[in-house]
Design a protein around this ligand. Structure first.
Ligand SMILES: Nc1ncnc2c1ncn2[C@@H]1O[C@H](COP(=O)(O)OP(=O)(O)OP(=O)(O)O)[C@@H](O)[C@H]1O
Ligand SMILES: [Mg+2]
Length: 362
């Protein structure tokens, strides 16, 4: 959890500091005010990348050279600082020492984002859903990062051999490691999905009471044909991969789907339901990571009010209130403040206007 956040030269925010509470932090203001930019700054601190544009340089304020985000952790007052410029790239300091690996940063600050387009959850590509699953694994399963990093490396090398038109024997030199790590990843992800399902079912039925009596299932799609093993798939498809110029099947192409009774959620869900689904899933992730003795986390929710009516908003806020994480919520909707006020004591309100972050007495 963070205290004292300072943001410099990030989008329309020039130099602003604010002190969040450990509960719910509301960022309210008009369109283009800088609310999402505040979330972007915190996301940068937690993951070393932005969720908005491909290139971080777009986040640097026009005509400025570098952006900076600094904060302290509440638990032990350790400073985290991050700066980025096109010349020097990304520099991160944790507790006054430089951090080399981004994954070290992510491990220190478990952070989840519910983006403004979460009502299009099932219209997004599989990468988005995979990342969601992997987020939980990264934080609760110590061996996950090793298998994932190893898998990625071997995959890159295999793909490089394919592109260089090496002969099949040379390409296949990579297969054994790819299969080993790929199978491990598959097992971990399947298990994780089973674990989440129990928590998820609880939250989803709470936030979407109309599905109270439905049967829910989350199904993992391995990333290769269902009838065969990964090993068989890799062997069988070498010619196809050669033609395509890359390894098509494997854990990197995995996805998962959600069924409600006999229907695929993506075929029957409304926008609001997709958003509620995402919110319930994020809460399930938080709850099923809780027992791991990790530092408590941060939840960023961009544009909470959109697509949700007041009844569902209230149910969501009541549940968020029970989450053991620090929450930052952005909204253009002033009436959200009254709703939060009704439910929660540990909250703070910030008005965001023309890139300024102004704390409001409540
Ligand atoms: N690199 C940049 N330098 C300066 N300003 C920028 C830069 N990139 C974006 N902006 C501006 O920063 C402002 C903040 O945008 P942001 O997305 O944070 O607003 P918001 O409060 O979330 O608005 P909305 O309610 O519409 O989502 C916008 O006016 C945008 O045009
Ligand atoms: Mg926004």
């Amino acid at each position: 959890m963070l205290s004292e956040i300072t943001i410099r030269n990030l989008r329309n925010i020039t130099d602003e500091s604010f002190v969040p509470v450990t509960g719910i932090n509301l960022l309210v203001g008009p369109n283009g005010a800088g609310k999402t930019s505040v979330l972007e700054a915190i996301h940068l601190l937690g993951l070393g990348r932005t969720f908005r544009s491909r290139a971080l340089k777009n986040a640097i304020q026009f005509d400025k050279q570098q952006l900076q985000v600094v904060a302290k952790t509440i638990q032990n007052k350790m400073p985290i600082g991050l700066q980025y410029s096109a010349e020097a790239g990304l520099e991160i300091r944790f507790n006054n020492a430089p951090l080399k690996k981004l994954s070290d940063l992510a491990a220190q600050l478990p952070l989840q984002l519910i983006p403004a387009n979460s009502h299009q959850f099932f219209e997004q590509g599989p990468r988005f859903r995979r990342q969601l699953l992997d987020w939980g694994l990264f934080h609760v399963e110590p061996s996950f990062n090793f298998h994932w990093q190893s898998y990625k490396k071997v995959l890159q090398q295999r793909n490089a051999s394919i592109r260089q038109k090496k002969n099949f024997k040379e390409i296949q030199l990579w297969d054994q490691h790819l299969i080993e790590h790929g199978n491990q990843l598959t097992d971990l992800r399947k298990k994780r999905l089973d674990t989440i399902l129990k928590q998820f079912e609880f939250y989803f039925k709470l936030v979407c009471p109309q599905f109270e009596n439905s049967k829910l299932s989350l199904k993992y799609k391995t990333g290769w044909s269902r009838e065969i093993t990964f090993e068989e798939s890799i062997k069988l498809n070498i010619e196809r991969d050669y033609q395509l110029g890359y390894t098509r099947s494997g854990a990197h192409a995995a996805d998962w789907s959600f069924k409600i009774d006999e229907y695929e959620a993506k075929d029957v869900f409304s926008r609001g339901q997709q958003k509620l689904f995402f919110l319930a899933l994020s809460m399930a992730q938080i709850k099923s990571s809780e027992a791991t003795n990790k530092p408590k986390g941060i939840l960023l929710i961009d544009d909470l009010s959109s697509e949700l009516d007041e009844i569902h908003l209230e149910i969501i806020l009541r549940q968020l209130n029970t989450m053991p994480v620090q929450i930052f919520i952005s909204s253009t909707d002033e009436s959200l403040v009254a709703l939060v006020n009704k439910i929660e004591n540990n909250y703070a309100l910030f008005h965001v206007k023309h890139g300024q972050i102004i704390p409001k007495q409540i």
